[in-house]
Design a protein. Structure first.
Length: 153
């Protein structure tokens, strides 16, 4: 029974994280990110233009689903897992399949994010590069803190 609760908890948490990622994306548009980055790294106009083009290119290639689509996916996921819980015997193979699909999507998103960060990093001067890496690390620490906070609530 503990295993079932853990599996359901992990799956529900991953759905919530995916949904909150979409909401966070809407709050912080690419232009705001570029403005903050320009201010923090003291970017030249040419660097801002190049980075803006890179961000637009990545945005065009990697379109995120809209909020309604994500809501539908989360509801479908909840329904699938509720039906799995209702079964007298736990279908571990189905749960593993669901987890693997989520993992592949998450890995693809992370790869795209790292590609974007790498492309931006290549536009920076040697003096700006360490500051950029520092800002990425700060963002990661903040994100991990937010995840830990959500897990406590």
């Amino acid at each position: 029974m503990k295993l079932n609760k853990k599996i359901i908890s992990v799956l529900a948490l991953s759905g919530v994280i995916a949904f909150s990622g979409v909401q966070a994306h809407e709050r912080h548009s690419g232009e705001n990110k570029l403005e903050r980055l320009a201010k923090y790294l003291d970017l030249t106009a040419e660097q801002q233009s190049n980075i803006s083009a890179i961000m637009d290119e990545f945005k065009g290639q990697h379109i995120r689903p809209d909020r309604e689509e994500m809501k539908t996916k989360v509801q479908d996921m909840k329904a699938r897992f509720a039906s799995l819980m209702a079964e007298p015997i736990l279908d571990e193979a189905q749960i593993i399949t669901e987890l693997e699909q989520r993992s592949m999507k998450k890995n693809e998103m992370m790869l795209n994010k790292i590609k974007l960060q790498h492309a931006i990093y290549q536009q920076l001067t040697p003096e700006q590069q360490p500051l950029f890496l520092e800002s990425i690390q700060k963002m990661m620490r903040k994100k991990m803190g937010n995840i830990k906070e959500r897990m406590r609530s």
